[in-house]
Design a protein around this ligand. Structure first.
Ligand SMILES: *Cc1c(COP(=O)(O)O)cnc(C)c1O
Length: 444
């Protein structure tokens, strides 16, 4: 039996009232206050009580993932805010400064997310829909744009907003369904956020039910970190049983429900309630696929990933992607060079059986597509990165290999130079053509 818990979020500056935080040194508390002024913060009672080992703070990986860390802001940015607060500046002034930092220093919308991927129908932008890869449409239900707790490295931190209306959900869902009726090439719809699992079941079903009538939609995916941040969502919340019935209806309609679980560290899967959640989800016929970014201070250790993948396989889940941390927000604190990411991926993979080797990575979700670093080789006397498109804006690029000059400090695709004296990567010419085209489309 799992004891129900009531969801209790703690956000923003309220973190300073937590007894666990008040027990920390005064300068740590002040640093948290500074960082939480600029970056969104949210934790909840499950994370506080069951995931963070407070005897290991400040080194505990879940603590580092959720709680504000001084290194998340560049020192000069940190000092700007710290000085304002120390000088006793009023709330408006502090907030204005925070806003300026968010828009100028933290690259709020990486990989051209806002500009390039939103489709137009009859000249109208279909907000909430991103269609970048032919088979898969990404959909952002407006009421699923927050999470049960926030990860410090979130690349969607800039979009945390909230509204609450069933009517709105239905209208949005209608827009999605009519877009899909015009696009028979789409087999997968991926609901994402934020975290769509923050929505009540009766809201979620407004989005999912219309998809069940579309023959060409085979899989409905939900990107979520609720298995880690709030597994009670699937087990003891008031509408958990209704949620399981909804997942069953997806299977009943001949489609596959895939939960794309964001799993950063094996401790997330330890609580009994998390295991019960996995079992209940699987009993509905849904499959759970797991993915997470590789981040410094949290999971930059091959043993952590090997444990994570082994545990996922043991619980019947499928390791799917290992991502490279994106170029946004608190990246300076979390990022790792690609060379280290590859080492960790390979070393972890070596420690697992073939069942865990369904995981692909280290993968960058960059503007031209998902690019994975396969290996470092010496070819014709030159040390090179061997890279490959797993997914691509242009479907013809998927599966293609290309080469970049070895660079021990590079951490993202745009920091790489073509190898063998080439002046461009093969996809760069046509990529700029695609962008020019979408600019034209948008200006019509
Ligand atoms: C990763 C991703 C998808 C899903 O790609 P799969 O390889 O099918 O899992 C879809 N759209 C965007 C924009 C993505 O980044």
């Amino acid at each position: 039996m799992i004891e129900p818990k009531t969801f209790q979020p703690i956000s923003g500056q309220k973190l300073l009232d937590l007894p666990q935080v008040r027990a920390l040194p005064a300068d740590t508390q002040f640093a948290m206050r500074v960082v939480a002024t600029v970056l969104p913060f949210r934790v909840n009672n499950h994370v506080l009580e069951e995931l963070i080992d407070w005897s290991r703070v400040p080194d505990d990986p879940m603590f580092r993932l959720v709680f504000p860390q001084p290194g998340q802001l560049e020192p000069q940015v940190f000092d700007r805010v710290a000085e304002l607060i120390k000088a006793g500046a009023d709330e408006d002034t502090v907030q204005r400064e925070a806003r300026a930092i968010q828009t100028q220093d933290l690259n709020p919308h990486p990989a051209g997310q806002l500009e390039h991927n939103v489709p137009l129908v009859d000249g109208v932008r279909m907000d909430g829909i991103q269609h970048k890869y032919r088979e898969t449409v990404l959909f952002f239900p407006s009421q699923g744009q927050t999470c049960h707790a926030y990860c410090g490295y979130c690349f969607r931190w800039a979009q945390f907003v909230g509204i609450d209306e069933l009517k709105f959900a239905s209208r949005e869902a209608e827009g999605l369904a009519s877009y899909l009726r015009e696009h028979p090439e789409v087999t997968d719809v991926l609901l994402t956020g934020g975290d769509p699992m923050v929505m009540r079941t009766r809201v979620l079903e407004r989005y999912i039910e219309p998809l069940l009538t579309l023959d060409h939609v085979q899989s409905i995916r939900i990107g979520t970190k609720a298995l880690a941040w709030w597994p009670y969502r699937f087990v003891t919340d008031k509408d958990s049983d209704d949620l399981m019935r909804l997942f069953e209806r997806v299977r009943g309609a001949g489609k596959r429900m895939a939960l794309m679980a964001h799993a950063s560290h094996p401790v997330e899967l330890e609580p009994k309630v998390a295991r019960e959640a996995v079992r209940r989800i699987q009993d509905t016929g849904a499959v759970i696929r797991c993915q997470a970014p590789l981040v410094r201070h949290v999971n930059d250790d091959p043993e952590v990933w090997a444990d994570l993948w082994r545990e996922e396989v043991r619980l019947g889940m499928v390791p799917y992607y290992m991502f490279v941390e994106r170029d946004t927000g608190a990246r300076a604190y979390y990022h790792l060079p690609l060379t280290r990411a590859l080492e960790i991926y390979r070393e972890a993979l070596r420690r697992t059986s073939g069942l865990a080797r369904t995981v692909r990575g280290p993968s960058m979700s960059a503007d031209p597509g998902k690019v994975c670093l396969d290996s470092i080789e010496r070819i014709a006397g030159e040390e090179v990165f061997v890279l490959r498109f797993l997914q691509s804006r242009n479907p013809d690029w998927s599966g293609r290999t290309f080469f970049a000059r070895y660079d021990p400090s590079a951490a993202w695709l745009n920091e790489l130079q073509p190898a063998f004296g080439e002046s461009k990567f093969f996809f760069e010419e046509s990529a700029s053509a695609v962008q020019a085209q979408s600019r034209i489309a948008e200006s019509v």
